[in-house]
Structures are given as structure tokens and as C-alpha cells.
Ligand binder design. Structure first.
Ligand code: GLA
Length: 392
């Protein structure tokens, strides 16, 4: 759905539900992470781009102390007093509850709000829908709060809300790209220094095509938190062995890996191997994009998938099927799972001229294998989140 349409539907819905217009509207994009998975909480590198799919919110402050919220996707309306313990509410309302509670505490927000949330990012597709949702709510609440957060601190602030209220130990990748993405660019993020560089997407006649596996990836219930735990225990053991200068797993060199073989469990070793090689792949991808070397980019994507499968154990049968089948199609230069894994989506690098045939062939193969439809579509790079006042 286009952004103007999502915005207008959000506004219309707000009028129907609450009988007036929202005062503030905000949107935040989802993301396609070209390369660099599970590196954000390991001080590594990633290369995401913001995409043309969004979460949108319409908000109006009220004199009451209540939150009245409506989610278009669930056709669900809830009304409560903020400050609920995490877990008391349905997940989508939990975000709103968490954000309002935090903004009251940290930025002097007072009173209640009426809010409508809308999105064309399906939950659990691995395209950063949670962060888009959280960032769009936070952007709107920021305008209503007397004290302000610095833009540079905003991604970590939104990540903190998600960690606390959604009970997942996610890193800051998705929030960072939602806030700093730019159309025509990927963002190289170095999570050990916080440095961000915009890298032009010199893809010419090539596109990324997303394929949704239909296995909803719910981070809280998937193996995501296990990977975080394994990373932490691997880091502790590595520091004991190499010294405290090892600040995160990305500080371990390829040469040091063999030393760790007898010290780490197989799961820990897999994570370390993945993180170290994934950082190298991120820079190789950025380099391939600078040179417009699409075959090189495609190869790295497929290598990255293998590492998510073999080192991280974060792939599934469906994701492997999509990557393997994509690799057999005319024009496809590479494919991989996107996001944390354990379901969600894959994407393939395709020449634009072959996209239509590719999608038909993939949908047919998927239907034959799993007897279910495959949502598949090309995505474009996009600008970051924004917030605006509505004048009726
Ligand atoms: C999810 C998390 C991110 C990141 C990715 C994997 O999207 O929200 O912080 O860890 O998985 O790269």
C-alpha cells in the first residue's frame, strides 16, 4: 500500500472511531537488511535499507488519564490506564502502553491519548515491523512531550522500550534504519562505534524481491533470545582467554577462532563464526554495491544465508526451500533469509526484467511444495520515519 493511502486510511479510521481528526501523525518504514544479521548486539556491522512499507499512527492528546487505542490490522479497540505491567495487554497495545509509560516518566508527557495504528508490514515477516511500530508511536509522543530526546539517542531509546515491554533482547538495527534511512541508500552501521555511513545503492536494473515464508517469526518465542545468551557466554569465555580488550564478539579475529574451538560449546562457536564472517560479508556487500558488481553481491547473499543456516541454526525448511529454489530461477543472483531468522521472509537479488516470471515461478513451486500461497513483491529503498501536525 502506498504511504499516502495508509495515511489517509489512518486518518479516516481515526475520525470513525473517535469522531475527530488526529492532531499528530507519524510514520516509520520497515527495513530490508542487505547483510549483517545478529551483528547488532555483538558490536558488528550491518547494511540495511529502509523500505516502502510502513507503520503509521494517528494520535490526539486527551484530558483523561486513559489510552484509547484502535489497531486496524486486528480490528480491535482497547481502553486502559497506562502503567500496566508488560504482558497484561495484547502485544500491539503493549507497545503503546510501554511508550506512553516511558514518555510520562522520561519526557514529562501528561494526560491520555487516543491513537490509531495502521501498517502494511505484516507482523512476523522479518521486515522490522515491530521497530517501525515502536518508532512511529515514539515519534508522535515526542511531539506531545515537553522534554525532548536527541535524535541520535532515539534508536536506543526505542530499542529499550521494545526490550522492556515486549520482552525480547533485540539489538538496535531496526530502529536505527527506521530513523536514519534514506531513499537510494543503504546505511552501513558499525555497532561498536555507533558510526553510520550512507552507501549509494548502485543497483541499476536490479531489485530485491521479498518472499514471505508464512512462518510468523515471533522473536520472543523463537530462538532469538538463545542466540543473545550464547553470544554473551561466548564473550565471557573469550575475554577470559584473550583478555578484557575483547569488548564484543566482533573484536575476535578469524585467526583467534581456532583457539576457541576447545573452549566454547558448539552453539557458542557457531555464533562467533557467524558474527566474524558476517562482518566481512557486510563490507564485501558495500564494496560490491560501490562497484555495481551485482553477481558478487548475489554470491555474498547466498553465503550469508548458509551461515544463518549452518552457524546460527536460524533457518527453517521453508526458508531453505525459498533460497534454494530462487537460486535455480533465470536471472537470480542470490538469496537469503532477512532479519533474525526462524521464519519470516527471504529476499532475492533479481534483474528487473525477470522479476515477474521469477515471482510466478516461486509462487508455483511454493504452492506445490507447501500447498499455500507465497506473498512475493519487489521492495524499494526509502526515507526514514517522519512526524507531522495535522491541520483539519
Ligand atoms: C531482529 C532484531 C534486530 C537484529 C535482527 C537480526 O530484527 O530486532 O535487532 O538483531 O533481528 O539481525
Amino acid at each position: 500500500m502506498s504511504l499516502p493511502l495508509l495515511v489517509s486510511e489512518t486518518r479516516q479510521t481515526f475520525k470513525q472511531i473517535f469522531g475527530c481528526c488526529p492532531v499528530i501523525m507519524a510514520h516509520a518504514p520497515g527495513r530490508l537488511n542487505i547483510c549483517g544479521e545478529h551483528t547488532d548486539y555483538n558490536g558488528g556491522l550491518a547494511l540495511p535499507m529502509a523500505i516502502n512499507h510502513y507503520a503509521v499512527v494517528g494520535v490526539k492528546p486527551t484530558e483523561s488519564n486513559r489510552i484509547r487505542a484502535y489497531a486496524v490490522a486486528f480490528d480491535e479497540r482497547i481502553d486502559w490506564v497506562p502503567g500496566h505491567e508488560p504482558g497484561d495487554l495484547p502485544p500491539w497495545a503493549n507497545y503503546i502502553n510501554g511508550a506512553v509509560t516511558q514518555f510520562c516518566q522520561d519526557f514529562g508527557l501528561t494526560g491520555g491519548i487516543d491513537i490509531v495504528v495502521h501498517s502494511d508490514l505484516s507482523i512476523g515477516t522479518g521486515l522490522g515491523s515491530s521497530a517501525a511500530f515502536g518508532v512511529s508511536i515514539a515519534m508522535a509522543l515526542q511531539i506531545l512531550s515537553p522534554k525532548k530526546n536527541k535524535l541520535n539517542d532515539f534508536p536506543a531509546y526505542c530499542q529499550g522500550m521494545e526490550n522492556k515491554y515486549m520482552r525480547v533482547e533485540t539489538g538496535v538495527l531496526d530502529q536505527t534504519i527506521a530513523i536514519f534511512g534514506r531513499k537510494g541508500y543503504a546505511l552501513r552501521i558499525d555497532f561498536s562505534t555507533g558510526n553510520r555511513t550512507l552507501e549509494p545503492l548502485r543497483m541499476h536494473d536490479y531489485q530485491f524481491v521479498v518472499m514471505e515464508s508464512g512462518e510468523s517469526r515471533q522473536l520472543a518465542k523463537s530462538g532469538y533470545n538463545d542466540r543473545v545468551t550464547w553470544s554473551q557466554s561466548a564473550l565471557m569465555k573469550s575475554r577470559k582467554h584473550f583478555g578484557d580488550h575483547i569488548k564484543n564478539l566482533s573484536a575476535i579475529s578469524v585467526e583467534q577462532l581456532s583457539d576457541l574451538e576447545s573452549l566454547l560449546t558448539a552453539s557458542e562457536l557457531g555464533v562467533v563464526r557467524h558474527v566474524i564472517t558476517e562482518n566481512q560479508r557486510v563490507d564485501a556487500c558495500a564494496h560490491a554495491l560501490v562497484k555495481s558488481d551485482m553477481p558478487a553481491l548475489g554470491n555474498i547473499l547466498t553465503e550469508a544465508h548458509k551461515s544463518m543456516r549452518d552457524n546460527m541454526g536460524a533457518s527453517t525448511d521453508r526458508l531453505d526451500f525459498l533460497v534454494d529454489t530462487a537460486g535455480l530461477q533465470t536471472g537470480c543472483l542470490g538469496a537469503r533469509v532477512v532479519g533474525g531468522g526462524f521464519g519470516g521472509s527471504c529476499f532475492a537479488l533479481m534483474p528487473m526484467t525477470d522479476v515477474e516470471n521469477f515471482i510466478s515461478a516461486m509462487q508455483l513451486a511454493f504452492k506445490n511444495k507447501y500447498d499455500t500461497d507465497l506473498p512475493a513483491y519487489p521492495v524499494e529503498s526509502n526515507d526514514a520515519a517522519s512526524v507531522w501536525r495535522v491541520y483539519d
